[in-house]
Design a protein around this ligand. Sequence first.
Ligand SMILES: [Cu+2]
Length: 501
Amino acid sequence: MAKKVYTDYFFDEPAYNTHDGGYIPLVTPKIDPQPLAIPPLLKPDRQTDTDDYYTVTAQESETQFLPGKKTKTWGYNAGFLGQTIVFRNGKQTHIDLENKLPELTTFHWHGLNVPGPITDGGCHAPVYPGETNHIDFKVHQPAATTWLHAHPCPSTATQVWKGLATMVIIQDDVEDQLPLPRNYGVDDIPLVLQDREFHDDNQFDYRADYDPDGVQGHTALVNGTVNPYFDVTTQRVRLRILDGSNRREWRLHFNDDLEFAQVASDGGILPAPVYMTKVMMTCAERDEIVVDFGQYQPGDEVTLMTDDTPLCRFRIKSFVPDDTKLPEHLVDIPDETPTPDLPVRTITMDGMDDEVALDGKKFDMSRIDARQKVGDVAIWEIRNTNSTENGMVHPFHVHGTQFRVLARNDGPVYPNEHGLKDTVGVNPGETVRIKVKFELTGVYMYHCHIIEHEDGGMMAQIESYDPQHPQTYHLMDMDTLRNAFAKEQGIKPEDVWMPGM
Ligand SMILES: [Cu+2]
């Protein structure tokens, strides 16, 4: 069978963020190309055959992005972003969450099937300045590229903007056997895509840049590097790409339309490679692609672009020829039958700007909006009620689970949506049907992942419950968080700036 190669971005072109009135175009930086920063792997404090122990520290620092003054930044065990964390399926994992910041934060494991709402690390699990919380969980999901980010509503967007985001790689025995590059930093490369605005003295100023539809900047950062290059020393390179930006969509392609293969989405390896020359990513999505540089000679350069802006230059060095071919089939993905007689859960993502809402309501962290029995396989229909004339793509994310995408407006899903997902971009006027199962009990948030939209209230929460073991949850409330922020900032609670609220 002839190999199909996709050459379009799948999403509805009129809804691209470039059409947004507040769109901030990327500008190609005037500084010389810098070597791409490869975040170091976080060293475990201790490791046995069955257990891993880590300390994740949120800290303040300064980072040299541009010539001149360093930028004040936050990071996880690092100045900006963080060290890459590696988990192994089946292992008991123990983590100290240390907060050395001047304000409260939370540690949200985006894409991990862990108990909510505390281990999951959403708004209910603040770690106060100078304090350390501890979580334990068993990793119970396939190999995937996931991530850790701050999630203290409604300050998620500011904290991620300052740098609180890092990649979390899950490994397992199945992925180990596949012919994929996996030499971290050599041919298995994280690419965290973000954009920032640099103000006087190269500083971030989130408040000055604030836009309720999502904050953007003119400068692209890849792993925190401005204008990066990467030296290619192997024929095949695996890129683990994360859209870690607050609002920006990325429309990725190589300058010469080099073909590549997508082999994984948010929740793990795809059933089969998807060959493409272009791919669009919405906020929080992860795509793993394998790029074969076999057609180039040492000295050549091929550039990963987003629209017309260069993102990362791949400089070809000499490498040993590699004739490894990707198999036509990669992994089997469970496709469970929906639980009989369950009503379809309908969810709407509404509005733009300050008017954003979910099911017509603003988020309330002390309100549980929905319930689903643990283990049930339920159909959810997510509708983006924005106008098809001037609406936005809203990336819909559910905590604590990996779902299957079943249909877009009753039609087929995009070719790269046949794997596990935790975030799916929904076009204006579109209904996306997904199949959701929670394997653990808990309270889990679901929301738009344009971070200013979630902070602004396009968010709700669902309890996954076990009728045999009813639980009550001590949920966080806005006043407690507002009072804590006020105390940390030395101001009155009513003077705390809470964008979007
Ligand atoms: Cu949104």
